[in-house]
Design a protein around this ligand. Structure first.
Ligand code: AMP
Ligand code: GLY
Length: 425
C-alpha cells in the first residue's frame, strides 16, 4: 500500500489523481496544491511544490511513500536531488528526474547538444549568448526562412518565436539576448532550422533501465481555430493519432527513444520518470522538436484514461526499478479532450466565475484545471479551466461527446476551440 503525494494543480494532476485513487494499492492520496477536481478524489494540501523543506516535513509527518511530480518547475529546481541528499527522505519513491535529467526540458541548448551527441534526428541549430550577438545576426542572415528562435530556459511555453522575415529575426534576437525579454531564460538563444510537417507527442515512462511507451497524442496549442493566434498550454488533445502508424512508431522507438535512454545512461543520468518527446513528422520521418521531463497537459487527459494498467503499480515499479515486471495495457478506443478556457486567455482574463450545469454532463470525464470550490459552488480559477475527455470507437464519436459537454457546461466568458481533432478526420 502506498501513501502518495502528487505535486501540481492542473488538469494533468486531476487526471493522475483520478486514476491513482482507483488503485487498490493507494492507501492515501494528497495533492499539493490541487484544485476543486482533485479535492473530489484526494485531499488537497496547501504547500507550494517549490517549497522543498515544507514538502519534506509533510512527507515525514504523514509517512508518504511515493511522490509524483506533475509539473516541471520542481524537477528543474532539483526536488529529486533534494530528496536524495537527505537521509530521512531517501527511501521515498519519487517520479521525476534529477536536476541534470530535467535539463532535457530546462535548457534547449543542453537538449540540442544531447541530441547531436546521440545522433537523434532534430533540426540543425546553433546557440548564441549576448556576447555573440553579431555572430548570431550573421548566422541568421545565412539561413533559410522561416527561422526558429528559442529562449534556452523555461519560459512558460512562450519562449519560441518562428520568424518569417530577417527583420523580424533580428528584432527578436535583440529582444531575447540584449533586452532579456525572457529574463535569464533568454541569456542563451537557440537558432534552429524550421521543420515543415505535422506534430505529435510520444511519452515514455522509465525507471532508468526499463521503459514503457505510453499512448501517443496530438495537442492543439494555438488559441484560435485552424491553429491561429497565440500559443497556449494546450486547447485540446486526441489519442491515438491516426497518422502515427506502427511503422512510424517503430522509427520513433529505434531512432529516438532507445538512443535517448542510452544517451542518458552515457551521461550517468539515472532518469526516473516521464520523458515527453515532442515530434515533427516530416514526410515519413520523425524529428524531435523538444523534450519535456513530465507529462503534457492536456495530453495527460487523453493518455492516462486510455491506460488500463493500475497507475500506482506502474509508478511504484518505476520508482523501485522494476518496471519490467509490469505489463502495460491500453484501451484501443479513441480519447479526445476539449479544454474550456477563460475568455482572454492566454493573455488577461477574469477568474471567480461560477461554473454551471456541471451535474448535467454525461459520458465525459470532466478534469478540472483552474477551478476552486467555494461553499457548494465551483468557481473558475485560472486561464485553462476544465478538460472534457470522452471515449469513442473513433475520433468522431469521441468528439461528439466532448463537444456536447463543452456546450453544456457554462460560465461567463467561456471559450473553447470547436475544431479540435477535425484535421484528423
Ligand atoms: P517548443 O516549446 O520547443 O515545443 O516549441 C513550441 C512550438 O513551436 C512547437 O510546438 C512547434 O509548433 C513550433 N516549433 C518549435 N521548433 C520548431 C521547428 N524547428 N520547426 C517548426 N516548428 C517548430
Ligand atoms: N501541452 C503541451 C505541454 O504540456 O507542454
Amino acid at each position: 500500500m502506498y501513501r502518495i503525494l502528487l505535486l501540481g494543480s492542473g488538469g494533468r494532476e486531476h487526471t493522475l489523481a483520478w486514476k491513482m485513487a482507483q488503485s487498490p494499492h493507494c492507501e492515501k492520496l494528497w495533492v499539493a496544491t490541487g484544485n476543486a477536481g482533485t479535492a473530489q478524489v484526494a485531499e488537497n494540501v496547501n504547500i507550494s511544490p517549490l517549497d522543498f523543506p515544507a514538502i519534506a516535513s509533510f512527507c515525514i509527518e504523514n509517512k508518504v511513500s511515493l511522490v509524483v511530480v506533475g509539473n516541471e518547475d520542481p524537477l528543474v529546481a532539483g526536488i529529486r536531488d533534494y530528496f536524495q541528499q537527505k537521509e530521512e527522505l531517501r527511501h521515498i519513491g519519487l517520479i521525476g528526474p534529477d536536476k541534470h535529467g530535467a535539463m532535457l526540458e530546462g535548457s534547449k541548448d543542453f537538449a540540442k547538444l544531447f541530441m547531436f551527441e546521440n545522433n537523434i534526428p532534430t533540426a540543425a541549430y546553433q546557440t548564441f549568448t549576448s556576447e555573440d550577438l553579431e555572430q548570431a545576426l550573421q548566422y541568421v542572415s545565412n539561413q533559410a526562412l522561416p527561422i526558429v528562435l528559442k529562449a534556452d530556459g523555461l519560459a512558460a511555453g512562450k519562449g519560441v518565436v518562428i520568424c518569417q522575415t530577417y527583420k523580424e529575426a533580428e528584432i527578436t534576437l535583440r529582444e531575447m539576448l540584449v533586452d532579456k525579454k525572457f529574463g535569464n531564460a533568454s541569456s542563451k538563444v537557440v537558432v534552429e532550422q524550421f521543420l515543415e510537417g505535422i506534430e505529435l507527442s510520444v511519452f515514455v515512462l522509465t525507471d532508468g533501465k526499463n521503459y514503457k511507451i505510453l499512448p501517443e497524442a496530438k495537442d492543439y496549442k494555438r488559441i484560435g481555430e485552424k491553429d491561429t493566434g497565440l500559443n497556449t498550454g494546450g486547447m485540446g488533445a486526441v489519442s491515438p493519432v491516426p497518422f502515427a502508424d506502427a511503422q512510424f512508431l517503430k522509427k520513433v522507438e529505434d531512432r529516438i527513444i532507445k538512443p535517448t535512454l542510452e544517451g542518458l545512461q552515457k551521461r550517468n543520468i539515472h532518469y526516473v520518470g516521464f520523458i515527453f518527446i515532442g515530434l515533427m513528422k516530416v514526410g515519413q520521418e520523425p524529428y524531435v522538436i523538444e523534450y519535456n521531463c513530465r507529462m503534457g497537459d492536456p495530453e495527460t487527459e487523453v493518455v492516462i484514461p486510455r491506460i488500463e494498467t493500475d497507475l500506482v503499480e506502474l509508478f511504484a515499479s518505476t520508482a523501485e526499478g522494476r518496471l519490467n515486471e509490469v505489463s502495460l495495457k491500453v484501451n484501443p478506443q479513441t480519447a479526445t479532450t476539449i479544454m474550456l478556457v477563460s475568455g482572454g486567455y492566454p493573455e488577461k482574463y477574469e477568474s471567480g466565475k461560477e461554473m454551471k450545469n456541471l451535474a448535467e454532463v454525461k459520458n465525459v470525464l470532466p478534469f478540472h484545471a483552474g477551478t476552486r470550490q467555494e461553499n457548494d459552488k465551483i468557481l473558475t480559477n485560472g486561464g485553462r479551466v476544465m478538460a472534457l475527455t470522452a471515449f469513442g470507437k473513433d475520433i468522431k464519436e469521441a468528439l461528439e461527446k466532448s463537444n456536447l459537454a463543452a456546450q453544456t457546461i457554462d460560465f461567463d466568458k467561456k471559450y473553447y476551440r470547436r475544431d479540435i481533432g477535425l484535421d484528423l478526420l
